[in-house]
Design a protein. Structure first.
Length: 676
């Protein structure tokens, strides 16, 4: 380390092999020079030194820029600061170096002209202060000083911040969320650094990430009801000087503010409308580049759910039953009216009015307090399934049959070993399942709780189970498998961290993952563990799950947490990668019989390609393949405290969070499986 702060590695002849000035991270210091194509990269967070999503670069055209990037692809978004040191009329007069010396920080043009980033009148006093120029994790670029002989409580003092207002400067026409995450709002603090917050009706996707994305607390969108219920479900709230400038999908002009608000309210695609001058911009999720500033000059109308309204998407079976009930009642009442006296007719008419008013009110209250599930009679399900004729599958929970109604094709699961004497508990747990709504979960439509029958009715998914898809005659392509892994991970994140009642699945396996018509993964059988009796062979241990996917936690006197699902996901992830079962006695090689052991040894030997015989598409995607295998090994750690939560698993799979080298999953067991 020399006196300027340059850390150098020298050979035996004192020749520089590597130095930190030529390989900067996020900071420049005096005497340091950045050449064309040089880059500073921000850290990910204040205390996370992984590479972040902002850069300071000197481009080949001579401009110095600040810009965000997409992780992990490194795709470059629009710059939020440009030095304007490119001369299109005379390229020899463009910038070619960023220099930090006693006169300040500046861009040197080839003509010798200096374009200062710091104030040229403020020469640096390097005898009295330390200086640094840093690209911060929030996208700002600051030049700061620190006294060499400090008094009490010294700190870095910011001399210059670029840009002046990052919330307003960063637009992101080429994509990205902006300074903050999606669906969030950027406001400028007194120190010219951004502050990110969620608008009303939204909450952080990750409470630990103050600059991250926000999610709507209640589901927005069309669902099966389309436009019909928008005014009944939502209202619009005004936010002054607020805008999401690049998320609009429709423009109305000329328009007034009231019409702008109403237009969004009645449009199921619309989440926010922006009114500026006589123009109305309608926007749908996700919202990007949000900012609140006096310079915005616009009002935002954000769609919020009314109090006491259900989040659940409309259930077509409930709507049909309600319609039939109202229709039957109306026919009965009209018949009575036609056959009665004038006085009786008058009394009956008043009663009819009260009936429908109360029925509508009680229906609304019921929707607000209970999940949006339909209660089927056993006879209805016998008819729908043609007396349980076509079996779709069976497992530890029971048998699933295909059913058909005039509204939809359904999957009917007859539960075995249910706590039949606990009607209240059954309905409570079904209600919890019914309140879960996520694109990676199979939707529960209704149930039957009649005498000894305990039956669940699900939406029917046309492409069957993941087991049939993975282990069939034809291997699915690599990209399909990657997207399936993402879908399962997202579903588990929702069950563990995002739904109103945390749900531990306890039986994650390919037979419990279904595929819709686009081959998107949907988790089934979640929430059933509390409804089922413990298997006779598990009475003493309380073990739930399927052999080959069960976490070691079940065999110890330790509390069962979400980490048992993380373990099962690790097994499943390896099966998705390799398109083979975890335990396979027919592979012809005993060393390969247990996939989890074999995969770790292949990883340790640096030969994960052996796991994917004749799968060139996956092998060519080297970085992702290695990342997926490493994540799977982390999930399979015998010690549950070492397994990452599903939220982190998701971030690691996406390449957003770094994946460190995993230890042996079973540190107390000597594994000697050969990778060959």
């Amino acid at each position: 380390m020399n006196d300027t702060g340059n850390f150098q590695l020298l050979d035996e002849n004192s020749q520089v092999l590597w130095d930190s000035f030529s390989n900067p991270t996020d900071t420049l210091v005096p005497t340091q020079i950045m050449e064309v194509k040089g880059t500073l990269s921000s850290r990910q967070k204040e205390a996370n030194f992984s590479r972040g999503r902002f850069q300071f670069r000197l481009l080949p055209d001579g401009n110095a820029v600040l810009n965000p990037i997409n992780l992990p692809t490194n795709y470059t978004y629009d710059a939020h600061y440009i030095s304007a040191t490119y001369d299109s009329t005379n390229t020899t007069n463009s910038g070619f170096q960023v220099i930090f010396d006693n006169s300040g920080l500046y861009i040197l043009k080839r003509s010798g002209e200096k374009v200062y980033i710091t104030n040229p009148k403020d020469a640096l006093s390097t005898d009295s202060y330390y200086y640094r120029a840093t690209i911060n994790f929030d996208g700002t670029f600051t030049i700061s000083n620190y006294p060499k002989n400090p008094a009490s409580n010294p700190s870095w003092t910011v001399m210059k911040t670029l840009p002046d207002n990052i919330c307003m400067n960063l637009l992101g026409n080429t994509g990205g969320s902006g300074v903050c995450g999606f669906n969030s709002i950027c406001t400028l603090k007194a120190d010219q650094r951004p502050k990110c917050s969620c608008p009303e009706g939204y909450s952080p996707l990750d409470s630990r990430d103050e600059y991250g994305s926000c999610k709507p607390n209640l589901e927005l969108g069309c669902g099966s009801s389309g436009q019909s219920l928008q005014g009944d479900l939502y209202f619009m709230k005004e936010m002054a000087n607020t805008d999401w400038p690049v998320s609009d999908y429709e423009l109305y002009k000329p328009y007034n503010s009231e019409d702008c608000k109403t237009s969004c309210l009645q449009d199921c695609l619309c989440a926010v409308s922006i009114f500026r001058d006589d123009s109305c911009y309608k926007k749908k999720l996700p919202l990007s580049n949000g900012r609140r500033d006096r310079a915005v000059g616009a009002s935002a109308f954000i769609k919020l759910m009314k109090n006491g309204v259900s989040l659940s998407p409309p259930n077509p079976f409930i709507e049909e039953k309600k319609y039939k009930k109202d229709q039957d009642t109306l026919i009965t009442v009209i018949s009575v009216l036609l056959g009665g006296s004038v006085f009786f007719n008058l009394v009956s008419a008043v009663w009819v009015g009260f009936y429908f008013y109360y029925n509508k009110k009680s229906s609304t209250n019921k929707t607000a307090t209970e999940s949006n599930l339909c209660s089927f009679t056993f006879a209805e399900l016998v008819q729908a399934t043609d007396n349980f004729k076509e079996e779709l599958g069976r497992g530890s929970c029971g048998i699933v049959y295909k059913g058909t109604t005039n509204l939809a094709t359904i999957a009917v699961k007859k539960l075995d070993k249910v706590l039949k004497d606990c009607d209240k508990e059954f309905k409570t747990e079904v209600n919890v399942i019914g309140q879960t709504h996520h694109k990676s979960l199979v939707r529960l439509l209704g149930y039957c709780d009649e005498e000894q029958h305990r039956i669940l009715v699900y939406e029917f998914l046309s492409n069957g189970t993941l087991a049939n898809f993975l282990f069939g005659d034809f291997k699915p392509n690599w990209n399909q498998r990657v997207q399936i892994a993402f879908g399962i991970a997202r579903g588990l994140v929702y069950l563990h961290e995002e739904c109103c009642t945390q749900i531990i699945h306890c039986d994650i396996k390919p037979q419990n993952i279904l595929l819709d018509e686009q081959y998107n993964a949907r988790i089934s059988d979640f929430g059933l563990s509390k409804l089922l009796k413990i298997n006779e062979s598990h009475t003493e241990t309380g073990i739930r799950g399927t052999k080959g996917y069960v976490a070691p936690d079940w065999f110890r006197s330790a509390p069962i947490t979400t980490k048992v699902d993380v373990y099962s996901f690790g097994v499943l992830l390896l099966e998705i990668i390799c398109c083979r079962r975890n335990v396979d006695g027919e592979v012809g090689n005993e060393e390969k019989a247990i996939l989890t052991d074999w995969a770790y040894d292949c990883y340790r030997a640096g030969r994960i390609d052996i796991l994917l015989e004749n799968d060139d598409e996956a092998i060519d995607d080297t970085n992702r393949l290695e990342r997926f295998v490493m994540v799977a090994i982390w999930c399979l750690q015998e010690d549950p405290s070492l397994r990452p939560p599903m939220k982190k698993v998701m971030l690691m799979l996406e390449g957003i969070a770094p994946v460190t080298i995993p230890p042996s999953p079973s540190p107390y067991t000597s594994v000697s499986v050969s990778c060959g």
